[in-house]
Design a protein around this ligand. Structure first.
Ligand code: NAG
Ligand code: NAG
Ligand code: NAG
Ligand code: NAG
Ligand code: NAG
Length: 731
């Protein structure tokens, strides 16, 4: 207590003429709750504290947008907003966030689509229905559901169109409080009083005076029959009693319906909840104010008998000043960047929905390239397409590409099976999958769209020089190894399942790095550390890099790299005894090795494959002598971009089908001196898979292998993804 007063007096000295704290309210009822708070503060806090920072006055505005204007204009000081509005307030209007609402299960909310219990609607067939939304640009009432509808391609959004126009064409009628400025037609179902005097107009406003505003309002919109589906967050159900809960059902992403209690499984994604904003120069005193208010009137407040900060039932409505489900406020003690505050996934979603208006970036596709060679190929690609402009963005590895997609620095990348697994865990989704069959079957008259149930695999093989007679499975201890790259299915995931050496303990198959570094004397596994980097050679000239980098700049990276590693560099020093790679371009890579001058005179005949049972066979016999199937690579992106990336790739594919004579080939890499650049060389075409879950594409067997490995192998990229506030879109 003493300390508290000490702070108070210190404050008195520094802020002798502290002005009143002005809370912005959006309805008469909220104004009343605010006034009660002001009185309670005076009665509860020591007079010095009240004078210093807790003298509260209440400023009446007619909407949350009006509050943002008033705070900017120094006519009010603070207001609680939905995260979508927090983003606008910070990014567009220069305000700052000082606190976050924390609910009983954390700071995140789940977006849900609710229908009446008699409804037969399905999330896949919402077109033409009437919709109710808690608020325009709100996390659960707008961004997450629209992101979902876009990602599944149910909602079509033309590039040059404003999003509001696409939504108007999708729902037959709506009430989206706060959307009046965007498109009045999104307000048709709203019921607030209309007036030409802004202060008296509540129609379609973000104010409790609009009956269909906020979670409870959207449910009311549904219940009165003004709408067929309501988009709210899961906290909306806390105030419903058992009978009221019976009246509604949820729409799940798989097309089914479920009771409200199933919201954890049946939702449209997860995002940040509400926060308090103020002007930047006011943030310190607002923090003190919020702490004092919460200490007195929060759920554990010492004076909660007098006033309850997070309870509005006395006023006959919900969610005044804060959401009633708020368990506490987390007051931010330092200034946090908006990405950390709201989460990368969420900020990227808002950008994808053009929350800040459109920008040049919207019509550009940014592809992730991990090496000098990929960059060259990507630039040729960009030059050869007739669609949205393609921009090639450089990353340092496939994992770095995943991070950059999440950070909204690139849009798409084709990932190997293990990296697809990781990207899936990180909330990215598939667009298309590489097809390695013999013939691509067109679905609709040959315009570049392919669909197939059967996605052929490539195979992992262990290759040796024919001359090294003593290398076989069970006898690899102390040898030198070459592996495609870190996490590569063929070079890292699969070999460890086989008995590499009978003398070594490699039962720990969930830790490949440990097994390889114990069994092999040294090797080259690009992206690894320690002895597994010692055989790597790095890169030179434009592709200069130190050895063991996790991209093609390391000349021992990938399928061609592992082969180079096996024959050794021209000095004959850095070589391996066994190389783990994919089978599909082995023969052409051997030919290329000769013609490129890396190692002249090597023929397919000079190599052999090692089978798991100890046999050795010629390289053409990979079908009966391999280490397992490798699921195909998949192009992955952020959910909101799926339709756009798909269109882009299809246009690219059409252009190429129409110009077979063109020198640029999307699925060839040797002219850039490497193999498998951007896509695997075995690719025949790209098959539509955005309707499939990454787990389905990978297949149960590979999925559980990867899961098993990452249950005990630490991965920086997975940790990065798990750190994100409210991470993972749960669809
Ligand atoms: C559906 O809701 C109505 C009230 O609107 C209720 O009377 C009825 O029991 C509910 N039906 C089911 C199956 O829960
Ligand atoms: C909220 O306030 C009402 C009336 O002021 C009271 O009856 C109720 O018990 C309060 N709720 C909680 C959870 O304290
Ligand atoms: C092999 O490793 C496993 C697990 O790491 C351990 O339980 C076992 O005792 C080890 N066996 C030998 C022979 O070292
Ligand atoms: C190897 O390369 C040399 C020189 O480029 C060429 O003359 C020879 O025919 C090649 N051999 C094979 C088997 O491709
Ligand atoms: C990995 O761990 C998760 C959570 O601990 C568990 O549910 C899952 O079954 C594990 N998977 C494998 C393949 O061990």
């Amino acid at each position: 207590m003493k300390g508290e007063f000490g702070i108070v007096f210190l404050l008195l000295a520094t802020v002798a003429y502290a002005k009143k704290m002005r809370w912005c309210t959006v309805s008469e009822l909220e104004q009343r709750k605010c006034a009660d708070l002001a009185k309670a503060l005076v009665a509860s806090l020591p007079p010095a504290a009240v004078t210093a920072f807790a003298r509260l006055s209440c400023v009446r505005a007619y909407s949350t947008a009006d509050c943002i204007s008033k705070i900017r204009a120094n006519k009010a000081d603070l207001v609680t907003l939905d995260a979508g509005e927090v983003y606008s307030a910070v990014k567009q209007f220069g305000l700052t966030a000082v606190a976050k609402e924390i609910y009983s299960d954390g700071s995140c909310i789940l977006a849900v689509a609710v229908v009446r219990n008699s409804s037969s609607l399905d999330i896949r067939s919402l077109k033409g229905s009437r919709s109710c939304h808690s608020g325009a640009r709100w996390t659960a009432g707008w961004s997450l559901p629209l992101g979902h509808l876009l990602s599944r391609n149910y909602l079509l959004w033309e590039e040059e169109q404003p999003l509001s126009q696409a939504i108007r064409a999708f729902f037959s009628a709506s009430c989206v409080p706060g959307a009046a400025a965007m498109a009045l037609s999104l307000c048709s179902q709203c019921q607030g009083q209309r007036s030409y005097i802004p202060q008296k107009n509540f129609y379609c406003e973000t104010s409790h005076s609009e009956p269909f505003y906020h979670n409870q309002g959207a449910l009311r919109c549904l219940q009165t029959g003004a709408g067929d589906v309501a988009f709210v967050d899961h906290t909306a159900f806390d105030v419903l009693d058992a009978r009221e809960k019976e009246e509604y059902k949820l729409l799940c992403t798989d097309g089914t319906q479920a009771p409200l209690s199933h919201f954890r499984k049946c939702n449209l994604g997860r995002g940040p909840g509400g926060g308090v904003v103020t002007r930047v120069n006011h943030r310190k005193i607002v923090r003190k104010f919020l702490i004092a208010a919460q200490t007195a009137f929060g759920w554990q407040g010492r004076d909660r008998q007098r006033f309850q900060l997070f309870n509005s039932s006395h006023y006959g409505v919900s969610d005044l000043l804060f959401r009633d489900v708020t368990a506490k406020l987390s007051v931010l003690q330092e200034d946090v960047d908006i990405n950390r505050l709201l989460g990368l996934d969420y900020v990227a979603l808002l950008k994808g929905l053009r929350h800040e208006g459109s920008s040049l970036e919207d019509s550009v596709v940014r592809w992730c390239c991990i090496s000098h060679a990929e960059q060259k190929k990507c630039e040729q690609w960009a030059f050869n397409i007739k669609s949205d402009p393609l921009v090639c963005v450089r990353a340092s590895s496939m994992s770095d590409c995943i991070e950059k997609v999440k950070r909204d620095e690139v849009d798409a990348v084709s990932l190997d099976a293990t990296h697809s697994f990781i990207a899936g865990k990180c909330g990215l989704v598939s667009v298309v999958t590489e097809y390695y069959g013999t013939k691509c079957e067109f679905t609709d008259g040959g315009n570049g769209h392919f669909e197939t149930k059967d996605l052929p695999s490539v195979y992992s093989v262990a290759v040796v020089r024919r001359s090294s007679r003593n290398v076989y499975f069970g006898n690899m201890g102390g040898r030198r190894s070459c592996h495609g790259h870190m996490y590569s299915p063929a070079g890292w995931v699969l070999p460890v399942k086989h008995t590499l050496s009978t003398e070594h303990n490699n039962s720990a198959t969930c830790e490949p790095n440990k097994v390889y570094s114990e069994v092999f004397w040294k090797g080259c596994l690009p992206g690894a550390q320690g002895s597994l980097c010692k055989v790597c050679v790095g890169g030179t000239e434009e592709a200069a890099t130190k050895r063991c980098s996790d991209n093609h700049n390391e000349r021992y990276y990938g399928n061609l790299g592992a082969l180079r590693c096996l024959v050794g560099d021209p000095s004959g020093k850095s070589y391996g005894d066994v190389a783990f790679m994919e089978h599909h371009n082995l023969e052409s890579n051997i030919k290329y090795l000769n013609s490129s001058g890396w190692a002249e005179g090597w023929l397919p005949w000079d190599f052999e494959l090692l089978c798991g049972d100890g046999r050795r066979v010629p390289v053409v016999e990979w079908k009966n002598c391999n280490l397992g199937a490798v699921p195909p690579n998949t192009v992955m992106t952020r959910p909101v971009l799926t339709a756009r990336i798909y269109d882009f790739l299809m246009k690219s594919q059409e252009t190429m089908a129409a110009h077979p004579e063109s020198e640029f080939k999307l699925f060839e890499s040797q002219q850039y001196g490497e193999s498998d650049l951007l896509f695997k060389d075995a690719t025949q075409c790209l098959v539509h898979t955005s309707h499939l879950d990454y787990r389905t594409i990978l297949g149960e067997e590979f999925y559980s292998q990867a899961e098993n490995i990452f249950n005990c192998t630490h991965s920086d990229i997975l940790r990065f993804c798990n750190q994100d506030v409210c991470s993972i879109f749960s669809f």
